[in-house]
Design a protein. Structure first.
Length: 262
């Protein structure tokens, strides 16, 4: 029965966070994707630097040097993946003469979308292991953990949806791929149930790799887009939305911690 509850909790937590994020991202926010890219930068950087990485580096028994190596490997790895995507698509788009969704030039359309999906999948996988570990301690703690994780995933999922729309994905594809990515939590939950000790040892490294994708996308793809709008009014809007994204992650994290503590 415990395995059943773990699978149910990881599935429902993923669906709830995606449904909440999609209701915002694919309706109201999809009409102003260019502006919302700045919000996504704040959300991604805050999730990585103020939530996920501190969690990974403060894990009992964590090898700090190895985690920094994983962070470096992740950043370089995502650069190589993105470079491979550019090489694969550059010939097709070089002379097609067509514009891309929301003004993205041909060589950059779509590449950041795949990187963010991979990073989000890794993050969901780690969340699944955490939910499984909580259920194996106490089913009530498991439910509270799943709720807390679903809650703090919402701003990150909003950022992911905006990045996918900005990268040229249709609304239907953005929803489908985010749903597939959320299923990694179920895989993590099942793995955690059967191999808890070894799975838990993986968590800090998986979280660091996921965080490296969030940092990479924010700094290498989204911020350069924002620099293409250098006017003072646009720049002030960008700074405000980045700060708002950071504040949103901090607020949601605080709420989820309060819920978990009770």
């Amino acid at each position: 029965m415990t395995l059943f509850w773990i699978i149910l909790a990881t599935t429902v937590a993923g669906l709830l966070s995606i449904a909440a994020a999609a209701s915002l991202s694919l309706t109201v926010l999809s009409r102003m994707v260019n502006k919302m890219v700045s919000l996504s930068v704040g959300v991604l950087l805050a999730t990585a630097l103020l939530h996920s990485l501190p969690e990974a580096f403060t894990t009992p028994g964590a090898d700090i040097s190895s985690l920094f190596i994983a962070l470096l490997a992740g950043l370089l790895g995502f650069f190589i993946l993105e470079k491979a995507a550019l090489l694969r698509h550059s010939h097709h788009h070089e002379h097609d003469g067509h514009g891309h969704h929301h003004g993205h030039d041909a060589e950059s359309a779509g590449k950041s979308g795949w990187v963010i999906l991979l990073g989000d999948g890794l993050h969901n996988f780690a969340d699944g292991i955490l939910i499984a570990a909580a259920f194996l301690v106490d089913p009530q703690i498991g439910v509270l953990t799943a709720v807390a994780i679903a809650l703090h995933e919402i701003p990150q999922e909003v950022g992911d949806f905006i990045i996918l729309l900005n990268a040229g994905f249709s609304k239907a594809k953005a929803l489908l791929y985010n749903f597939i990515s959320s299923l990694m939590a179920v895989i993590g939950g099942v793995l955690g149930y059967f191999f808890l000790d070894s799975a838990q040892a993986l968590i800090p490294y998986v979280i660091v790799l996921a965080s490296s994708s969030f940092i990479y996308i924010a700094v290498s793809d989204l911020m350069p887009q924002m620099h293409r709008r250098p006017k003072l009014k646009e720049s002030l809007e960008q700074v405000f939305l980045i700060v708002l994204g950071v504040a949103l992650v901090l607020f949601i994290s605080e709420l989820s911690h309060l819920g978990h503590s009770h």
